[in-house]
Design a protein around this ligand. Sequence first.
Ligand code: MG
Length: 389
Amino acid sequence: MTVAAVIVAGGSGLRAGGERPKQYQLIGGRPVIWWTCRAFLDHPAIDHVQPVIGEGHEAMFAEAVKGLALPLPVIGGATRQESCRIGIEAVERLKPEKVLVHDAARPFVSDALIADVVAWLDRFPAVVPGMPVAETLKFAPGGMVGRTIDRASIWAAQTPQGFAYGPILAAYRKAEHERTEGLTDDASVAEHAGIAISIIPGQIDNRKLTTAEDVEIADREMMARQLQTLPDIRVGQGIDIHPFEAGDAVTLCGIAIPHSQRLKGHSDADVAMHALTDAILGTIGEGDIGTHFPPSEPQWKGAPSRIFLARAVELLEAKRGIIANADITILAEAPKIAPHVAAMKAFLAPLLHIDPSRIAIKATTMEKLGAIGRREGIMAHATVTVRLP
Ligand code: MG
């Protein structure tokens, strides 16, 4: 029995504000769509996850789901209905018996709800999770109440909506053939085709992120959830030093700062990022930068240090860990660090998958004492806290 899941992320989602569609905005350090896709990828009842994305979102999507074992996305259509049909057609070659269609903007979907929908499909050709409506419903055309609607049988439909594959594919093709438009969810398409649909209890927090406020609340909630499930707290420390040589800029935390000298090293000599990388490796007992990227290997000559940092984060995440905070101190007489701190945090945050507010970058001089005080080089210390299952 093959069960496919189609994740619909076609919308431009601009109601939530911000520079990017809401499914690509960050919550708990990751794009909304990353959480949604992972929920299905990790689920034992789901065999295949097919994302449907908006035209022109290819690069944004690839960046957002980096590290997840997803197939290439398909490009959706002008309406949700069309995007769903394209997604459902995209999994036809797998000959699935069941297909679930889920909104990318519902990242809190629980394992239990996915399992319920899959299980109920043994009894019905279509299954929709829904929440009973608590508010009194008024029918009010033109802003004047006409009547009160009996809410006893009213449900607010959620996703994932599940279907026997053959019938829903046929229903979508029928709707397309007949040019029936404006069906806002998959169950409406099934209804239109006369398929019997069962409604089962949904999940109260499986809400669709729509507004900027939704995204903000989801951000806090996702972080809190992660911390709850990751009780193993570890601290790692890293220290690095590089001497100066002739040059015109130093790279610190990924940012090139004009200076009368540069730092000498095999890579880009980003001493702060090296300390940070070692601190992360320290939390999981995975050696140090030199273990993973030996200076004897010519391929790392001049390499940007974000490669090293990304590898350390990858090793941590392979253990299902997350970074809780990073605290970096740069010891240097010059150049001045403070004007670049915001840019440094903005550079590091997406690599660490945390909010910039969880990163500290401080600088101190050595009051002209010792090698650093004599301006012979720059040193950095980093402390990182991680959380593991
Ligand atoms: Mg180094």
